[in-house]
Design a protein around this ligand. Structure first.
Ligand code: GLP
Length: 251
């Protein structure tokens, strides 16, 4: 099903696989139209299927990333790149090790930056210079995008974040224990995300249904950071049935 609401294009797909395929198709189309595209990439469990599809399509010669540039949304802080739970490791394991994005055009926030402010300023400057053509987003249970937690100032650029308890608990499933989850992160800000030319947000599962509902039907408020997307002029939301369960009868 495809609907338009408040200017957002919303796809409700049958299941996680279809959601992942659809999201991958947006990236393939973007790179086909503009081989030198700048892609904004996300981590988390949601986009794993999308990366799997992209790797398959790359291996089938359906897409060529040799001219692309990438910027990742966020990274824990502090964390060593080699830690298997770092977003750096995630991106290489799921995507970069299997495709031909040039290594010198991959940008991931540095979880070991010594001068955090200087690092954030340089990451911000690089994003502003390149301009992201297509930004992929997931959404947190509390409506965060990237690691922009509730009450974020919308005009914030790349910055250091203290993670919400809810986010730490949600991400504890990837670590041995909740105590191992880093308490901070570096994240692109809402300003960086809104500066992207096109945004594709993906969500699956019941746990995201409420946040998806508020993102689309709620007020635009820093308490639900993803609600800012109502003000962007090119947003596509791709959901599975469960993530769409609170909105499906309202579209
Ligand atoms: C994480 C990431 C986000 C991600 C979200 C949802 O903490 N910082 O970029 O979109 O939370 O994660 P998941 O896809 O695992 O549910």
């Amino acid at each position: 099903m495809k609907k338009t609401y408040k200017g957002m294009t919303i796809y409700v797909m049958d299941d996680y696989e279809q959601m992942s395929e659809k999201a991958a198709s947006f990236i393939v189309a973007q790179v086909m139209i503009k081989p030198e595209s700048v892609l904004g990439l996300a981590t988390g469990s949601t986009p794993e299927g999308m990366y799997k599809s992209l790797v398959q399509r790359y291996k089938a010669h359906d897409v060529d990333f040799s001219e692309t540039t990438t910027f990742n949304l966020d990274e824990y802080y502090p964390i060593e790149a080699a830690n298997e739970q770092s977003y750096y490791s995630y991106m290489y394991r799921n995507f970069f090790d299997h495709v031909n994005v040039p290594k010198d055009r991959i940008h991931i926030p540095d979880g070991q930056a010594e001068d955090v402010e200087a690092f954030c300023a340089s990451y911000d400057a690089a994003i502003n210079e390149e301009i992201i053509d297509l930004q992929i987003l997931g959404i947190g249970n509390n409506g965060h995008i990237g690691f922009n937690e509730p009450d974020i100032r919308f005009e914030t650029g790349t910055h250091r974040v203290t993670l919400d308890e809810e986010t730490i608990e949600a991400n504890a499933r990837f670590f041995q224990s909740v105590d191992e989850v880093p308490k901070e992160a570096l994240s692109m800000g809402i300003r960086n995300i809104m500066h992207s030319k096109k945004i594709v947000l993906i969500a699956n599962g019941k746990g995201k249904a409420q946040a998806v509902h508020e993102m689309i039907f709620g007020d635009v408020t820093p308490q639900l950071p993803a609600s800012i997307l109502q003000l962007h002029n090119d947003v596509t939301v791709i959901l599975d049935q469960e993530a769409a369960s609170e909105i499906i009868n309202k579209l």
